[in-house]
Design a protein around this ligand. Sequence first.
Ligand code: F6P
Length: 504
Amino acid sequence: MYTKEDLQRLVRYQIGNHRLIIVSNRQPYQHQLVDGQIRMVIPSGGLTAALDPMMQACGGTWIAHGGGTGDRLVVESGNRVMVPPDDPSYALRLLWLTEEEERGYYYGFSNQALWPLCHNAYTEPVFDSGDWETYRAVNQLFAREVLDEIGDEPAVVLTQDYHLALLPRLLREAGADIVSGQFWHIPWPTPEVFRICPWQDEILDGLLGNDLLGFHIDEHTGNFMDTVQAGLDPQINRNFGLINYRGTSTRVRPFPISVDFESICQEAQSQEVEDEMERLAEEMGLDGMLVGMGIDRIDYTKGIPHRIRAIGRFLEEHPEYLGRMVFVQAGVVSRSDIDAYQQLSEQLDETVDEINSRFSQGAWRPIIYLPNDLPSVTLMALRRLSQFCVVSSLHDGMNLVAKEYVASRFDEDGVLILSPFTGAALELTEALIVNPYAVEEFAEAIHDALTMPRHERRARMIHMRAVVRENNLYKWAARLLLELIQGAPRVGAKSERPLLSSGR
Ligand code: F6P
């Protein structure tokens, strides 16, 4: 198993005298002002969950948008703050955006154009030229911030996600001594889909400013190559995953992202989680119940109404479970300034109400919906209390909820019901893989999960745990960094200044 220490050694000896910089829209530790007090919030989502442990291991600087109402109060000079607060190991540098910039760049082009464009969830992208102009301007702001951070020093810059597609080209044009890699955390669609974007050439050109571009799986890598082939006039070597364009080359590779298996596994065994399990069982009336659960950002790509409908169908087909099974859906409100997300939230309330009023008996309700950001100890307790976990995304780059569930089940029990339209389905083949659109099959998968014998549950969970333990987050980070370094001979091996130091 690849460890945190292995990753630290790799960074120390291979990155040489280069600074390590991560750039993303979302920051890993946000500060909110609540009743005059500063409260730290850990944002949900795969990006921060995966990259924070990596940065804690490696040190360096993470540049992100300071979107919290209390962020300005915690930064020191240079808009920097050391994180995590209880064990500072790297520097977080925040950049400020006006409301208008955030509206056009984040709520607008990133999440109403690129997000629906890259997910096959049948929400039409909105291509607004004002949003696009703001997206370009904000990418320039991020570029200035990176260049200011590194000054004359050589740096390895790892840009994250679809909010910053133009940044790598801007960095390259600035002529700084930067080795540039980017990880795209969402799917990449086929050329037929992507070509509807009026600014496809600029986006592709921006991404081809990277030395290395990573996606979760082969399919997204292939789709990207096809899109570039159809849109620009590049030279492509598919055997080597290489695109030559405007005189430089970009390597394109799959890196399936993962979780910190060991730390999740340990957290799941803590006394705090045991206590929380008792509290939840009592408060929610779960004692003696069969429990299913889901944890999601409230997003239309996650197939949450589909799973609620499948539970309704399951209860229709198997009324013997009335009064015996509870499905707990935890949710994190997300991007709520966008119409499609508000509509989803209303639709979810209605669907849950409908199923609950159809099937409830006395005080018993089949679905407990908790659309509030729950603390991680509560989520962990839910994972442990459940007989099955549902991940029913209509389309998802990877989906770390599935891997977190597997990592938390140190008791080698629990069944994962997983959509084939997630990257995770390629690795977690011992899950019950079911199409979320096929309501009858979905209902039967729930029945299968509840009736699966212990020895089969155990065999499947052992298999999945071995996969996640082996392909853990540290291995993902090491593969990404190694590939970046190896393809960039100008990064000196073993220097006198190890990059374990935090920030400047
Ligand atoms: O899954 C894509 C993604 O951008 C993740 O990388 C991130 O963790 C998640 O969506 C959350 O999105 P946001 O930053 O908009 O809350």
